[in-house]
Ligand binder design. Structure first.
Ligand code: BGP
Length: 479
């Protein structure tokens, strides 16, 4: 498929990972223990990430994939070289908080952790790759959870402030693009991952979630403020788990339900981008008896330090209905949705909807009128090497081709401003939702299975050459 419309000259093509899903080396060079280390594969994973099951220590009954992951802590040079070979202009990665502040509440950072990321960023620049850094990607030091109760405690804002001050100072000139919290709306659905929250017996869960949400939103504004003060070149983005919810049919009740479901996600970005809680959320919280723990100065902080760009993940659209019978659910990115009869789905039941990406981009651009950045998109699939060891992942190429085309349309036909595109899991890594290795997204195959067996050898898949060509042709050659 040849495109006559090009992507912009300085478009940031690349790929994305998160520390806990790729680094491994969970206990070396002074790194402390994080919530994400303790999330195992298997049936207990979901109750743990949703804060329903307490699991604060390793045991022999479970396998913990983040401990070793794909060992990128030790292989980052080779892996970044492969990203360079594909022509990446950017690489989205996250910082493990526990490498910088192992417990989270120390006064002084851990030099070995700081140095590690400094080396990673320098390695990126060798290939002309601009790092795009997620400050927290579902990780929270365990000490901050056991001693302070995670983000339900306002003190976390101070610890986060210390973290960001240290990293903005240390990496000035090396990093320009920052994201404050990965998929911030995920607190509602996976509060242990999103905010280090385990619910105590009898606790008002909604109140706790919104307490944590307010603290993260304040922390995000504070980070934006500090980032701009330390280096006016810094660009700070929010990060939304996006994907528009469609009404199941044109019954006004379904349309209203879809609007409500969409607003549940937008509420976060409304605060981070417009600078205030939206009226619809305040009314809802009032009805639910939830009180936001707003302190003096918070409203001004939120209003004055809004984000520079809107980043989001997009895998799928969703469907909303008020019809109970239809609520027989299908799988989705942690939060489930009604099945859309017009769409195909991935092996994990995620519905495939490239036009939904264009629609989502238009919605977000209309609503916020700020540049967008797609920081996650891709197909999680089982890859089976053939007899020669080659991985012909045409299904992944098909998925990505359709989504790149949708972006192109949004940019060139609709006028949406898009800074860049980083596909999720550009190298195979541990799944956040399931903990599996066999749910692969990469252009680079990693020899490791769900139980941690394998040589960790890297192999280029067919999609590796395809993406390289897409980047080199500014999105005009999608064959
Ligand atoms: C997002 C997360 C990522 C990533 C991705 C794919 O929610 O930000 O960390 O993992 O989803 O999800 P999964 O790994 O469950 O397939």
């Amino acid at each position: 498929m040849k495109n006559t419309m090009r992507f912009p000259e300085n478009f940031l093509w690349g790929g994305a990972t998160a520390a806990n899903q790729c680094e491994g080396a969970y206990d070396v060079d002074g790194r402390g223990l994080a919530n994400v280390d303790l999330v195992p594969v298997g049936k207990d994973r979901f109750p743990i990430i949703t804060g329903e099951k307490k699991h604060f220590a390793f045991d022999d009954a479970h396998f913990y994939p983040a401990k070793g992951a794909i060992d990128m802590y030790n292989t980052y040079k080779e892996d970044i070289a492969l990203f360079g070979e594909m022509g990446f202009k950017t690489y989205r990665l996250s910082i493990a908080w526990t490498r910088i502040f192992p417990k989270g509440d120390e006064l002084e950072p851990n030099e070995e952790g700081l140095l590690f990321y400094e080396n990673v960023f320098k390695e990126c620049h060798k290939y002309g790759i601009e790092p795009l850094v997620t400050i927290t990607h579902f990780d929270c030091p365990m000490h901050l959870i056991t001693e302070y109760g995670g983000w339900r405690n306002r003190k976390l804002v101070d610890f986060y402030e210390r973290l960001v001050t240290v990293i903005f100072t240390r990496y000035k000139g090396l990093v320009k693009y920052w994201l404050t919290f990965n998929e911030i709306n995920m607190i509602l659905h996976a509060p242990f991952m999103g905010a280090g929250i385990y619910f105590e017996e009898g606790e008002n869960k909604l109140q706790t979630k919104f307490t944590a949400i307010h603290h993260e939103l304040v922390a995000s504004s504070l980070a934006t403020k500090i980032a701009h003060e330390i280096d006016p070149e810094n660009k700070v983005g929010c990060m939304l788990a996006a994907g528009l919810s469609y009404p199941y049919n044109c019954a006004p009740g379904d349309v209203f339900k879809a609007q409500k479901d969409n607003r549940q996600n937008y509420a976060f970005i409304d605060v981070q981008s417009r600078g205030a809680y939206p009226a619809y959320l305040l009314k809802e919280l009032e009805r639910e008896g939830v009180v936001l723990p707003i302190l003096e100065g918070d409203a001004e902080l939120l209003a004055e330090h809004t984000v520079d760009f809107i980043s989001f993940s997009y895998y799928s659209s969703r469907v909303s209905t008020e019809n109970e019978e239809l609520l027989a659910q299908t799988a989705g990115n942690i939060f489930a949705s009604v099945k859309n009869p017009f769409l195909e789905a991935s092996e994990w039941g995620w519905q495939i909807d490239p036009l939904g990406l264009r629609i989502t981009m238009n919605e977000l651009y209309d609503r916020y009128q700020k540049p967008l950045f797609i920081v996650e998109n891709g197909l999680g699939a089982v890859d089976i090497p053939d007899a020669q060891g080659a991985i012909n992942d045409d299904y992944r190429i098909d998925y990505l081709r359709a989504h790149v085309q949708a972006m192109n349309d949004a940019i060139n036909l609709d006028g949406v401003e898009l800074l860049g595109y980083t596909t999720w899991g550009c190298i195979d890594l541990v799944s956040a939702g399931t903990g599996e290795m066999k749910k692969r997204y990469g252009f680079i195959y990693v020899d490791r299975d769900n139980d941690g067996n394998g040589t960790l050898k890297r192999t280029k898949k067919k999609s590796f050459g395809w993406y390289k060509k897409v980047i080199a042709s500014a999105g005009t050659d999608l064959d």
